[in-house]
Design a protein around this ligand. Structure first.
Ligand SMILES: Cc1ncc(C[n+]2csc(CCOP(=O)(O)OP(=O)(O)O)c2C)c(N)n1
Ligand SMILES: [Mg+2]
Length: 578
C-alpha cells in the first residue's frame, strides 16, 4: 500500500515523541485516524466534546512542557476546538491542532459544513495554514510543530479530508521535531542599567509569574540579595510560593492584602516572567525593571524603565554578580509580617468553619490540600474554585496547579485534568470543579470511564454561578440569572460508572475525599458548599465600594433582604481582611 499524506504525518508525530491525540473522528478526519490505527503506538484519546480535546491537550502541554496534539473533523468539529485552543495559546503551551476541512474541490461553494478554518483559528494560534497539495506535507506540519514549540502556542494545520488519502511524494521524510534549549539573556549594558536602579533602591518588591518556572533558586537568590518581598500572579503560584521566606502571597482580584501592600509600598518594582494584567494593582511612579523572554510583553501593563529580554533564570544569573547585597530588611520584614497576619486569618477561615453545613469552600479546599498526594496535579475551574485553590492549595515544587488563568474560561478543570492524567497515568490528578463548570462539559465524566482516567473530581456545589454573583454585587447589580438547580452529581457519577460520594455535612468531608483519592479509578465528590461565600479583592476602588453599597440597597429594595442577611453572616470575617 502506498504511503499516504496521513501516514507521513503520523510518522512525523511519532518520531517527535507524540504519544496521544485527543479528538473526535468524522468523515474529513477519517484518513488521519485510519493512519493512526494502522501505525499503532500513538493512542487515540476519545473525548465527548472537541473543546475537551483542546483543553486536554492544553493540560498535557502545561504539565509536561511538551507538544500535545488534538484533532477534529471539519466545520462544527473543529469549531468546537476553538475555546480550548484559545486557552492553550493564551497559556503559552505548545499544542498542535489538526483541523480537517471539507474536500478541497468544494471549498468556496458553501458546501456542507463549510467554514474557513484558517480564518477562524487565526487569533488563537501562532501558526495556521491550509494544506491543499500533498507536496506541502510533511513540511507544513513540521513548521506548525516547530512554531508551536518555539513560540509556546498553538500550531494549526488545516487539511481537506481528501488530502489525507493522497499518495505522499517519495521525497517526504518524517523528521523529528524537538524543542531546542538556549541560554537567553540581555546584553551587558542592559544588565548594568538594571543594577544601577537596584543598587540605589531601598524598598524593592518582586512580582513573579509563571516565567519563574525552572528558576526557583535564582528567584530566591535575587530576593535575598535585594531583601525584597516576593508576591506572585496566579500562574506563578506553583513556581514561587514554596520554600520561599520572601513570599508575601498573591495579588489581583482574587489575591489578598499582603500581595497588594508589597507593591503599594515599594520604591522599585522588579517583574519576573509575569503578564499580570490588572493595572490598578501596580504601583504608581516608581522605577520598574521587567524581565521577560518575550520582548513584546514588556511594558504592556505598566511603564517600564529597564526592559530585560531573557529567561528569568539566565537573566538573574547574569544580573546577580552586579548587585551589591542589601542588609536593610525593614521593607521585607514589614511585608512578610503583613503576609503572616493575612495568612493566619485565611487559615482561620478554613478551620473555624469546618463544623458547619453547608460547607464553607475554604474548608473543602483546605481538606483537599491536606489529603492530596505530595506530587498531585491540581486543576481549578474558573469561578470561585480558583480563589480557593489560590488560597489553600500549598505548593511544594512537586505539586502542580493548572487552570485557565489567562483565558479565564469556565469548565477547564475536568478536561485539563484528563490531559494531565492521560500523560502521567500514575500521578494523582484532582480537579476542583464548579457546579456550573462541571455541568458545562458534563459528558467528559463518560470520557473518564471510557479512557480509564482515574481523575478525582471535587465539585464545589454552591447552586449558583457564584463568582458572577460576586461580580454583580461589586457592580451594584442585583444578582440575576445565576441560579443553578443541580442534580446530585454523585448519582450522575455513579450512573456513569465512577465512584461517587455526596457530602452535605462537614463531618463527612474527609472520609469522602479519602475514599475518592484512594479509589482505583475515576471518582467524583459532590460537596454542597455555601453560596454566599464572598472574597473581596484586597483593594476596592471607590466605584466598587459604592457598587457594593448599591447592591445592598437594591437587594433590600427588590424585597430580597434575606439574601443580604445571609451574605453578611457568611462574610463578616472576610470583610475584616484589610
Ligand atoms: C465559558 C465561560 N462562560 C462564562 C464565563 C463567565 N463566568 C466566570 S465564572 C462563572 C461562574 C462559574 O460558576 P461555577 O462553575 O458554578 O463556579 P462558582 O463561581 O459558582 O464557584 C461564569 C459564568 C466564563 N468565564 N467562561
Ligand atoms: Mg457554582
Amino acid at each position: 500500500m502506498a504511503t499516504t499524506v496521513a501516514d507521513v504525518m503520523v510518522a512525523t508525530l511519532k518520531a517527535s515523541g507524540v504519544r496521544r491525540v485527543y479528538g473526535i473522528p468524522g468523515d474529513s478526519l477519517n484518513g488521519f485516524t485510519d493512519a493512526l490505527r494502522r501505525a499503532g503506538e500513538i493512542t487515540w484519546e476519545h473525548v465527548r466534546h472537541e473543546e475537551a480535546a483542546a483543553f486536554a491537550a492544553a493540560g498535557e502541554a502545561g504539565l509536561t512542557g511538551e507538544l500535545a496534539v488534538c484533532a477534529a473533523s471539519c466545520g462544527p468539529g473543529n469549531l468546537h476546538l476553538i475555546n480550548g485552543l484559545y486557552d492553550a495559546n493564551r497559556s503559552r503551551v505548545p499544542v498542535l491542532a489538526i483541523a480537517s476541512h471539507i474536500p478541497e474541490d468544494e471549498i468556496g461553494s458553501q458546501y456542507f459544513q463549510e467554514t474557513h478554518p484558517q480564518n477562524l483559528f487565526q487569533e488563537c494560534s501562532v501558526y495556521c495554514e491550509l494544506v491543499s497539495e500533498p507536496e506541502q506535507m510533511p513540511r507544513v506540519l513540521q513548521i506548525a510543530m516547530r512554531t508551536a514549540l518555539a513560540r509556546s502556542g498553538v500550531g494549526v494545520v488545516v487539511i481537506p479530508g481528501n488530502v489525507f488519502f493522497a499518495d505522499s511524494p517519495v521525497s517526504a521524510k518524517a523528521v523529528p521535531i524537538r524543542p531546542a534549549t538556549s541560554v537567553i539573556r540581555p546584553d551587558e549594558n542592559s544588565l548594568a542599567a538594571a543594577a544601577d536602579v537596584l543598587n540605589s533602591a531601598h524598598r524593592i518588591t518582586i512580582l513573579a509569574g509563571a516565567g519563574c518556572a525552572g528558576a526557583h533558586q535564582q528567584l530566591i537568590e535575587l530576593a535575598g540579595a535585594l531583601q525584597a518581598p516576593v508576591l506572585h500572579a496566579f500562574r506563578g503560584k506553583e513556581f514561587v510560593e514554596y520554600d520561599n521566606r520572601f513570599d508575601v502571597g498573591m495579588t489581583g482580584l482574587i489575591g489578598f492584602s499582603s500581595g497588594y501592600r508589597a507593591m503599594e509600598h515599594c520604591d522599585t518594582l522588579v517583574m519576573l516572567g509575569t503578564d499580570f494584567p490588572y493595572r490598578p494593582f501596580y504601583p504608581y511612579g516608581v522605577p520598574v525593571i521587567q524581565i521577560d523572554v518575550r520582548g513584546e510583553q514588556i511594558g504592556r501593563r505598566v511603564p517600564v524603565d529597564v526592559p530585560l529580554v531573557g529567561t528569568v533564570k539566565d537573566t538573574i544569573d547574569a544580573l546577580l554578580p552586579l548587585i551589591a547585597a542589601k542588609t536593610d530588611s525593614a521593607h521585607l520584614d514589614r511585608m512578610t509580617a503583613h503576609y503572616r497576619r493575612a495568612r493566619t486569618r485565611l487559615d482561620r477561615l478554613a478551620d473555624e468553619r469546618r463544623g458547619r453545613s453547608p460547607l464553607h469552600p475554604q474548608a473543602v479546599a483546605a481538606a483537599i490540600d491536606r489529603l492530596a498526594a505530595d506530587d498531585a496535579v491540581f486543576t481549578a475551574d474558573v469561578g470561585t474554585p480558583c480563589i480557593w485553590a489560590a488560597r489553600y492549595l500549598r505548593m511544594n515544587g512537586r505539586r502542580r496547579l493548572i487552570g485557565s488563568f489567562n483565558r479565564g474560561s469556565m469548565a477547564n478543570a475536568l478536561p485539563q485534568a484528563m490531559g494531565a492524567q492521560a500523560s502521567q497515568p500514575g500521578r494523582q490528578v484532582v480537579a476542583l470543579s464548579g457546579d456550573g463548570g462541571v455541568a458545562m462539559l458534563l459528558g467528559e465524566l463518560i470520557t473518564l470511564r471510557q479512557q480509564q482516567l482515574p481523575v478525582k473530581v471535587v465539585v464545589f456545589n454552591n447552586g449558583a454561578l457564584s463568582f458572577v454573583e460576586l461580580e454583580m454585587k461589586a457592580a451594584g447589580i442585583v444578582t440575576y440569572g445565576t441560579d443553578l438547580d443541580n442534580p446530585d452529581f454523585a448519582e450522575i457519577a455513579r450512573a456513569t460508572g465512577l465512584f461517587g460520594a455526596r457530602v452535605e455535612k462537614a463531618g463527612e468531608l474527609d472520609d469522602a475525599l479519602r475514599a475518592a483519592f484512594g479509589h482505583d479509578g475515576p471518582a467524583l465528590v459532590d460537596v454542597r458548599t455555601d453560596r454566599h461565600e464572598l472574597s473581596l479583592p484586597p483593594k476596592l476602588t471607590y466605584g466598587e465600594i459604592k457598587g457594593f453599597t448599591l447592591y445592598a440597597t437594591r437587594t433590600i429594595l427588590s424585597g430580597d433582604g434575606t439574601e443580604l442577611v445571609d451574605l453578611a453572616k457568611s462574610n463578616l470575617r472576610d470583610l475584616e481582611i484589610e
